[in-house]
Design a protein. Structure first.
Length: 361
C-alpha cells in the first residue's frame, strides 16, 4: 500500500491560498474596523472586531476570496433590540461611506450590499470579499454570541471563536492531522463541485464529528488513509438519508451549539454531493490497494486534480532527506531534528558518519 506522504505534503502546499489573498485578509479588515470604530452614528463595542470563518480557523484553501469579519455592537438579543433587520440596514448605510474614507475616488471601486446575516463588501481592485457580520457578544467574542438574521428578523446564537478553539485543540490532540483533513475535504469539494457546493462550515462539521465520535477516525493513520476513511464514513452516515426519502437532507449539528446548520440544504445539491463522495471514496480505496506507485498517483490525481497532486516529488523528497542528514542537521534538547542551529536554544550537531563497507557476520 502506497500512502504517499510526501505527495500529500506537496498537495497541501499547492492548495494553500495565494499570497495576495493572505495579504488582503490581513490588511483589509483592520481598515474596516478602524473606520467603524471612529464612526459616531454606528457605535461598536471594544474590542470591536474579530476575524472568523476559514481564515480565522487557518483552514482556507485555494483562491478563496471571502473573509468573515465580526463587528461587535451593544444590544439585547432576547428583546430583538436593536431589530436584527434594521441593524443590518444601518450597517450597510454606515459602510456606504467606506470608499471615501479609504481614499477611493470612484463609486465603482467597492460594492456594498446587504446579505442575510451580514453586509457584503467587495473590493474590486483586490477581487476580495469581506462579509461584515454584526454581533451582540455579552461575554466577548470568546463566548456564545448572537448574529442577526434579516430574513427572520431575530438574533441567532453562534459561537465562531469556540469553533476556532475546538479545531485548534483537536488538531493538537490528533497529531496535527485534523486541520489538513478539513483543507483536503474543502479542496475536494472545490475541485469536483463547481456549483451546488455545500458550505465550508458544513464540511468542517463533518470532519469534527468524525474525529470526536466514538469509534471515529483513527488519526494515527497516514493522511491518505484518513481521507479515504473520512469520505467513506461521511457517505455511509448519510446514505440512510439519501435512500429512505426523496426529499430529506441531513441535519448537520453545529460543532459547539448542536443546532442544525444545514436546514437550507437543497435536496438536489445534497444528492450531487453524495455522488461526488461516492466517486472520491471509490478512487481512494483503489489507490490504497495499488501495488504500483504510478497507478496510485493516477488515482489520487482523480481525487484531487493532477495540477494539485504531484506526479513527482523528487525535489521535496531530497529536501526532506537533507533535513536529517548527518553532519548537516542539529538536534534540540527535546530531540527535535532541525536543519540549522537554533538561535534561541541549545542544539547539538548530528555527527557525520563514515561508511567503511559492509562486514560479514
Amino acid at each position: 500500500m502506497y500512502t504517499l506522504g510526501t505527495h500529500f505534503d506537496e498537495l497541501l502546499k499547492n492548495i494553500r491560498p495565494p499570497q495576495d489573498r493572505l495579504d488582503a485578509a490581513r490588511d483589509i479588515p483592520p481598515l474596516v474596523r478602524d473606520y467603524l470604530k471612529a464612526h459616531k452614528e454606528f457605535v461598536t463595542v471594544a474590542p470591536h472586531s474579530r476575524l472568523v470563518g476559514s481564515y480565522g480557523q487557518d483552514a482556507s484553501v485555494g483562491d478563496v476570496k471571502d473573509v468573515d469579519f465580526l463587528v461587535r455592537v451593544d444590544g439585547d438579543p432576547e428583546k430583538n433590540d436593536p431589530q436584527a433587520k434594521q441593524l443590518i440596514r444601518n450597517l450597510e448605510k454606515t459602510l456606504d461611506g467606506l470608499p471615501k474614507a479609504l481614499g477611493y475616488t470612484g463609486s465603482t471601486d467597492i460594492d456594498i450590499e446587504c446579505a442575510r446575516r451580514s453586509v457584503h463588501v467587495y473590493f474590486k481592485g483586490h477581487d476580495f470579499h469581506l462579509d461584515v457580520v454584526p454581533c451582540i457578544a455579552p461575554g466577548g467574542f470568546e463566548e456564545v454570541l448572537y448574529v442577526p438574521d434579516r430574513g427572520f428578523n431575530q438574533w441567532i446564537k453562534s459561537h465562531p471563536v469556540g469553533v476556532i478553539e475546538l479545531l485548534r485543540q483537536l488538531n493538537d490532540d490528533h497529531g496535527g492531522k485534523v486541520r489538513p483533513l478539513v483543507k483536503l475535504l474543502k479542496h475536494f469539494r472545490n475541485y469536483h463541485m463547481k456549483t451546488r457546493q455545500p458550505k465550508s462550515y458544513w464540511l468542517l462539521a463533518f470532519v469534527l464529528d468524525q474525529v470526536t465520535k466514538k469509534n471515529g477516525l483513527d488519526t494515527s493513520q497516514p493522511l491518505a488513509v484518513l481521507f479515504r476513511d473520512l469520505l467513506d464514513a461521511t457517505y455511509t452516515q448519510y446514505a440512510v438519508v439519501l435512500n429512505t426519502s426523496s426529499t430529506a437532507t441531513p441535519n448537520i449539528p453545529d460543532p459547539i451549539l448542536g443546532h442544525n446548520v444545514s436546514w437550507n440544504w437543497e435536496r438536489s445539491h445534497f444528492e450531487t454531493f453524495m455522488r461526488r463522495l461516492d466517486d472520491g471514496r471509490t478512487w481512494a480505496k483503489k489507490a490504497l490497494k495499488c501495488d504500483d506507485k504510478q497507478a496510485a498517483v493516477d488515482l489520487w490525481q482523480k481525487v484531487f486534480g493532477a495540477e494539485y497532486f504531484p506526479m513527482e516529488v523528487t525535489e521535496s523528497a531530497g529536501q526532506l532527506a537533507a533535513f536529517g542528514l548527518p553532519g548537516k542537521s542539529f538536534v534540540t534538547g527535546t530531540g527535535l531534528v532541525i536543519p540549522a542551529k537554533s538561535a534561541t536554544g541549545i542544539s547539538t550537531p548530528v555527527q557525520r558518519t563514515t561508511f567503511h563497507g559492509e562486514t560479514e557476520t
